[in-house]
Design a protein around this ligand. Structure first.
Ligand code: ADP
Length: 298
């Protein structure tokens, strides 16, 4: 059985392929065209593995760009896919905190990864991955450097969490001689407090998993632990949770006998290259192969 989950996010497009007992992952910047990115990343991973698109038994699309993937057999919401992927990555977790490029969500789940309840902030950019990218750029850094900058620093109190005003405030704080790390620590604390507010609306939880690209920020993870007063687990494949969940859902459809081998998944091919113009510098471009049973990168 060969199935795929495609998560077309606002910043990155992630693909998970399950072939029998092995998972394969690939990600690249979404760029300006979700449709093109969703086609290209899947095609690249299939080519690398030596498969043809016609061999796919089922494809589930998720993420904000899922509607543009005409080749998908099913479109499923991010909430459902993240919940499913998270439950697989950290068995027994009861709460998922996901922070992606343009939204943040807290999802209460059961043991099977079914959604019980959720709170989502997709109305404002504050505290999202893109917001952190903007702040990192204002500081002259890459988003991947924020964690180290903030490590063991006393947080500066920030008045504004609006993406536009926070950038000006950060520039003002820099001008008045504040340490970069203390500013970033202050931002992390503001984000953690906002997330804690969302989590609080879902009632008590005992095991928390943090997913999405922003979960790679270790200082923010620690901040969340401090504010929530409980352990927050970040799995190695944190950014892949949505794609993984989509692939697992695709696998479920096949197990129920719904294989949809399409002779002509014609809209998948694309000759254009993806835009890296937004400066999303991140070494997620290489495919990662993961053995399903052990989850070790091989
Ligand atoms: P989306 O699904 O909306 O595209 P992702 O879950 O892929 O979002 O997360 C993208 C965000 O992850 C980026 O905006 C960036 O802030 C963050 N990110 C990516 N890589 C790193 C990293 N190495 N360290 C810290 N943050 C990162």
């Amino acid at each position: 059985m060969l199935v795929a989950g495609v998560d077309v996010g606002s910043v990155a497009t992630k693909v998970a392929i399950i072939k029998d007992d092995t998972f394969f992952f690939r990600a690249a910047p979404t760029g300006w065209s979700p449709r093109q990115a969703g086609a290209q990343v899947l095609q690249d991973l299939l080519s690398e593995l030596g498969f043809e698109k016609e061999q796919l038994d089922f494809v589930v699309a998720t993420g904000y760009g899922r509607v543009s993937l005409e080749y998908a057999d099913k479109r499923v919401t991010e909430i459902t896919c993240h919940a499913r992927g998270a439950a697989y990555l950290v068995p027994g977790c009861s709460l998922v905190i996901d922070i992606g490029g343009q939204d943040s969500k807290a999802i209460k789940i059961d043991k099977e990864g079914q959604v019980l309840d959720f709170v989502m902030n997709d109305k404002c950019a504050a505290g999202t991955g893109r917001f952190l990218q903007v702040i990192a750029a204002a500081l002259g850094n890459d988003v991947s450097e924020l964690s180290e900058l903030a490590a063991d620093k006393m947080p500066v109190a920030l008045n504004s969490m609006c993406a536009v005003f926070a950038e000006s405030e950060v520039i003002g704080l820099l001008a008045s001689g504040h340490d970069k790390g203390e500013i970033v620590a202050g931002l992390h604390h503001s984000i953690a407090r906002r997330i804690a507010g969302m989590v609080g609306r879902l009632g008590p939880s005992d095991r928390v998993i943090f997913t999405g690209g922003v979960a790679k920020n270790e200082s923010l993870r620690r901040c969340l632990e401090d504010v929530l007063g409980m352990e927050v687990v970040v799995p190695e494949m944190c950014q892949m949770a949505g794609a993984l969940g989509a692939a697992l859902i695709a696998q479920g459809y096949c197990d129920e006998g719904n294989s949809v081998k399409r002779a002509n998944r014609k809209t998948m091919t694309s000759n254009s290259t993806l835009s890296d113009a937004e400066g999303y510098q991140n070494n997620i471009h290489d495919s990662t192969h993961v053995n399903k049973k052990e989850f070790e990168v091989i």
